[in-house]
Design a protein around this ligand. Structure first.
Ligand code: AMP
Ligand code: GLY
Length: 414
């Protein structure tokens, strides 16, 4: 089988690597890919949102399965475009992607189908939004409604902070014209529960947790994720069962009932609060960097499951019992401005799996090409061993312009 993966980060490298383990896969293409992916796939210079060009490439090259990584491609309708051309593709339609791209759609769906989530209301009018915030306990959680690359959420500790954020979102249209969902602040550990979903069929993956802050001790600015690990000792089998039966399955059924059946990965960003497990958000795709620690634990052939979802058939998933813990090497300065093009040496001395997040090959050198550059995944019988292995290998990577967190997994380990 010839397959195409759309995207260019660590998540797509993990998908390519999982596909490469399948005996059914003859050739992998990746658009646009990166220098690490290029070791396992042929990279094609088409951007992830150029969906007609991607479709034409898939048609001309007899691609039998396409797998979509990033939300940007889904939100512009790559799946609809491929399906209209009779191509098999793994991912949700543009209508189903609204579970991620529209906070209001997701919150309304949860309210209608009794899925546990924070109390909320949504607003377009500044004065009404301001009055609602003033009537609720602090902190207030303000979410700009739309794809804001993770930067559209403000946790306001004071009324003044809330008002200033509402001004940005509703009066000054800082992210474009839009709505704001205002919700109650929840507390507890967060975790990511990804499921393969095909209509009402739901196959759970093993759980993972990512670390969003830039520096050790969960200090510093929010990032796209600085590390992740799996499994999660603080989430019990009963918690997992509850999340599956009361959250993921009802939402899959709700999407069918609403006329936009979900096909692909439904990602529940969940929180274990003192009042039980609640939804923080949904994503319509594999999480990044969670996928990089979850897919290495998949024992089954991933092609079977991608095709079962796309063709609405049955499949079985098996997982390894070991632990994975991945640490991001990011460019110094990230998530603010950073330098690119700095050479990375020592990659061939590393024993752990490395997924490339933002690298480029120039002649025979691998250089940095993004904020998050490499993801080093240690494995072991438990998380302690997995972290030791990851840190040992990070010490072997030689690059002047990278930093990493040393405490990934601390909620479970320290
Ligand atoms: P979101 O984009 O909805 O995932 O929000 C980004 C982050 O903001 C989450 O990962 C949480 O850490 C935090 N957050 C979002 N909603 C809430 C909430 N209702 N209560 C507490 N924290 C929240
Ligand atoms: N790790 C969070 C996300 O993929 O959105």
């Amino acid at each position: 089988m010839k397959v195409l993966v759309i995207g260019s980060g660590g998540r797509e490298h993990a998908i390519v690597d999982a596909l490469a383990r399948s005996p059914q896969v003859e050739k992998i293409f990746c658009a646009p890919g990166n220098a690490g992916i290029a070791q396992q796939a042929e990279c094609i210079a088409i951007r992830e949102t150029e969906i007609e060009r991607l479709r034409d490439f898939a048609t001309e090259n007899n691609i039998e399965l396409t797998v979509v990584g990033p939300e940007a491609a889904l939100a512009v309708g790559v799946v609809d475009c491929f399906k209209a051309a009779g191509l098999r593709i793994f991912g949700p339609s543009k209508a189903a992607t609204r579970i991620e791209s529209s906070k209001e759609f997701a919150k309304d769906l949860m309210a209608r189908y009794n899925v546990p989530t924070a109390a909320y209301r949504s607003f377009t009018d500044y004065t009404e939004a301001q009055a609602y915030v003033a009537s609720r306990p602090l902190p207030a959680v303000l979410k700009y409604d739309g794809l804001a690359a993770g930067k559209g959420v403000v946790i306001a500790e004071t009324l003044a902070e809330a008002e200033s954020a509402l001004k940005d979102m509703l009066l000054d249209d800082k992210f474009g014209e839009g709505k704001v969902v205002i919700e109650d602040f929840l507390t507890g550990p967060e975790f990511s529960f990804m499921c393969f979903v095909s209509g009402t069929k739901v196959w759970p993956m093993v759980l993972a947790q990512d670390h969003k802050r830039a520096y050790d001790g969960d200090k510093g600015p929010n990032t796209g994720g600085m590390g992740a690990y799996s499994p999660l000792p603080f989430i019990t089998a009963e918690d997992e069962e509850y999340a599956l039966e009361k959250i993921l399955k009802p939402v899959a059924e709700a999407m069918v009932a609403e006329g936009c059946p979900f096909e692909g990965v439904l990602y529940g960003g969940l929180m274990k609060t003192p009042q039980g497990i609640k939804v923080i958000e949904f994503n319509a795709r594999f999480g990044d960097p969670e996928t990089e620690v979850v897919l290495p634990r998949l024992k089954s052939d991933i092609v079977e499951i991608f095709c079962a979802v796309a063709d609405n058939k049955d499949a079985q998933l098996e997982w390894y019992n070991d632990a994975t813990l991945g640490i991001v090497l990011a460019s110094k300065g990230y998530p603010e401005a950073y330098e690119k093009g700095v050479e990375i040496k020592g990659l061939d001395t590393v024993e752990s799996t490395i997924y490339h997040m933002g690298t480029k090959r120039i002649d025979n050198r691998i250089v940095t090409a993004g904020g998050r550059v490499l993801f080093v995944i240690g494995r072991g019988a438990n998380l302690t061993e997995a972290r030791e292995n990851a840190l040992r290998d990070i010490a072997r990577i030689d690059c002047d312009n990278l930093f990493h967190r040393s405490d990934i997994g601390h909620w479970a380990l320290d």
